[in-house]
Design a binder for this molecule. Sequence first.
Ligand code: 3PG
Length: 306
Amino acid sequence: MKILIATEKPFAADAVQKIKQVIDKAGFEFILLEKYTNKSQLLSAVKDVNAIIIRSDEIDAEVLDSAKQLKIVVRAGAGYDNVDLNAATAHGVVVMNTPGQNSNAVAELALGLMVYAARNMYDGSSGTELMGKKLGIHAYGNVGRNVARIAKGFRMEVYAYDAFVPAETIEKDGIKALASVEELYATCPYVSLHIPATPETKNSINFALLEKMPKKAVLINTARKEVINEADLVKLMEARPDFKYLTDIMPSNDAELKTRFPQRYFTTPKKMGAQTSEANNNAGIAAANQIADFFKTGNTKFQVNK
Ligand code: 3PG
């Protein structure tokens, strides 16, 4: 069995070694393609492999066509919008993710961005504190739950809305469940986004929703850039000089936002919520174990293209 790690944005070196150990122990061959700059490199690397571990790397029909021996793709992480699930199913390829493995890392970054916003992007001026402020968590999955846990440590007043998680589940964690997404945005000056990018959520964070946010609003996006209506975000930032947007997923209109709203907009150069050694180890080792288990026992527990 040939197992390829294909990561344009590499795992930490120690995580790569640990992943290799799992693959070696299973008696499989380990192949590494890191920091590739061209899709043709991916197309040639996948040619004779049986499994691929990826991060945000795009697996589309063309990649699947090239990978004639491929049986399984594991996205070492949560969101799998970078994999064409229908094409994978059509090619008979199982797709899995590793839910929860990198969620603390993303949650810590979300809180870090909140502090950065509250302290005026560390420009030395007098800012504000998070204690006592209302935080709205938009989607209460693995990352949302970790954000709630850390925000409680900051003594923020934590609210959440999730279309798929019952209010009782949220309330059990001591978090106030709100009945609608509109109510969440209207209640909380801090909102942290944790929704996946799906046809339903793409462009859903729009002017009508954002303008409901109370004064001194801060929107944190460590989810996906596609969920933001970017034209509406510009319109909102024009209309609301008190509004800040901080993200680790560079928007398509980064240059415009940077030029027009330098004090109220921040992005990291690369998506980095899950860029910690711990998250890379957790997600990468889980991915390798899931592959070993799949080939040895047929376990498809984390399959997402059923
Ligand atoms: C995820 O969906 O797991 C996160 O967005 C992390 O993505 P990354 O592996 O590209 O950093």
